[in-house]
Design a protein around this ligand. Structure first.
Ligand code: EPU
Length: 432
């Protein structure tokens, strides 16, 4: 049976929440961990569905995966017997493409199923493939939807990225780590997780300089060695709780974060009238005044992250006046707007721009999570709404948020994860 979040809205979120490791960094680091024959210990892994799919795929090709605890894993890839990765689950996630860079970089060969992931746009992989080809690989999409990449030898080269792409930057970086000579990636993505993967690879003996700027320089090394590595905190999980505090008129201390990574989100929360206090590894968001309208455009880092666009739109929907949100990264990321309209939101989408007229409140409704971040956004809407909201298809949310409901309950939310209609009725009776 499918599970739902059933939420009785109206409570301001108050208290402290601990943020886990960055999903999108961890996914790439897991793939990169198969590039050494020596043991790698990775800590601060979020315990979410996509991570477990990656770990299963690593086991499938013959690596030894040992769960030390919920957030720590030891991987020893010296025993890998195959460079072919294709399972039903791996086809559902986006990060599977990192196995191409990792396997090609280490074994000069990779056969990996085309990636899936949230349906938020066309999401081509042309830039990844162009980069692998520039390094000397032959790449084709074979029948059955398998990307096949192989090279006699990979040679360092100069690669200009036509578009800023997080996935392609990381993938090309991995493929180039053991290539002969020097590789330069220009117009590289600068997201914190690009830096985290570069740091991980460098801790394994790679030579990557410039990650976090738009020019990354890689000098090929013969091989990588084992390491112990802690994944950075999740910028988007942190941002989601910050915005949840704003939308519910709450007061939340978001702990275990790198405030610098949250600056774009902090700036917008300040603009709409929240107080944001920064500490060394925490931020506190207090929303004691009515929210004000603003304009936001999603952009590559350090711009406002596309992965925070739906959550922020929910908060702007409760502000005074008219806001605009321009989605410049993915063309299909406003699918939640129809659901929000059913909760009383007033949002019109014209092309890639959402025009949001603030309303005085949302009302509870039964809504579908169309993808991971939009799903989290609808939960925030439910927390801010009057009455009961039921969010269906929460498996999308479980792909990227660990214990989302538990963390929200600890902040005072009235919500449960329920799979049975009878239990839903009981919950509603109990909280009404
Ligand atoms: N693009 C191309 N060709 C390519 C690759 C990308 O045209 O070969 C385009 C995309 O269509 C998009 C833009 O370039 O318009 C940026 O895409 P990017 O490659 O940066 O995104 P991604 O690698 O597909 C990752 C995250 C996303 C996150 C984006 C942007 C993972 C597994 N996914 O996707 O995360 O939105 O970067 O930061 O790391 C999420 O966590 O909810 C999520 C969707």
């Amino acid at each position: 049976m499918q599970e739902q979040y059933v939420i009785k809205g109206g409570n301001p979120l108050v208290g402290e929440v601990e943020i886990g490791g960055a999903k999108n960094a961890a996914l790439a680091i897991l793939a990169a961990s198969i590039m050494t024959d020596e043991p790698v210990i990775i800590d601060n892994l979020p315990n979410v569905r996509d991570i477990n799919v990656m770990l299963d795929a690593i086991k499938d090709v013959g690596a030894v995966v040992e769960r030390i605890d919920n957030h720590t894993v030891k991987i020893c890839a010296g025993s890998i017997t195959s460079t072919h990765i294709d399972t039903e689950n791996i086809r559902k996630i986006r990060a599977s493409y990192y196995f191409i860079g990792a396997l090609l970089g280490k074994y000069n060969n990779a056969e990996v199923a085309l990636p899936g992931g949230c349906s938020i746009g066309a999401r081509p992989v042309d830039l990844h493939l162009k980069g692998f080809r520039a390094l000397g690989a032959e790449v084709e999409i074979a029948s059955g939807g398998i990307i096949e990449a192989s090279a006699k030898v990979l040679k360092g080269t100069h690669i200009y990225m036509d578009k800023v792409s997080v996935g392609a930057t990381i993938n090309i970086m991995m493929a180039a780590v053991m290539a002969e000579g020097k590789t330069v990636i220009e117009n590289a993505a600068k997201e914190p997780h690009v830096v985290d993967i570069a740091n991980f690879l460098n801790s394994c003996g790679a030579s990557i300089r410039g990650a976090g700027t738009d020019v990354i320089r890689i000098t090929g090394v013969d091989k990588l060695h084992g390491t112990e590595y802690t994944v950075i905190p999740d910028q988007i999980e942190a941002g989601t709780f910050m915005v949840a505090a704003a939308a519910t008129k709450g007061d939340v201390l978001v702990k275990n974060v790198i405030p610098k990574h949250l600056e774009a989100i902090t700036a917008k929360l300040l603009e709409i009238g929240c107080e944001v206090e920064e500490f060394d590894d925490a931020v506190r968001v207090v929303a004691s005044k009515p929210l004000k309208h603003t304009s936001i455009t999603t952009l590559p880092y350090p711009g406002f992250p596309t992965d925070m666009q739906p959550q922020m739109t929910i908060a702007l929907g409760l502000s005074r006046g008219t806001s605009t949100v321009t989605e410049s990264i993915f063309e299909n990321r406003f699918k939640y707007v129809d659901e929000l309209t059913r909760m009383g939101g007033d949002v019109k989408v014209e092309g890639n721009i959402a025009i949001i007229t603030g309303v005085s409140g949302y009302t509870g409704a039964r809504v579908n999570a169309p993808d991971l971040r939009a799903g989290a956004a609808l939960v925030i809407a439910g927390l801010a709404a009057e009455g009961i909201t039921i969010v269906d298809d929460i498996y999308y949310i479980e792909r990227g948020y660990e214990e989302f409901d538990e963390k929200l309950r600890a902040l005072g939310a009235t919500m449960e994860m329920i799979s049975d209609d009878k239990e839903i009725r009981k919950f509603i009776l109990r909280v009404s």
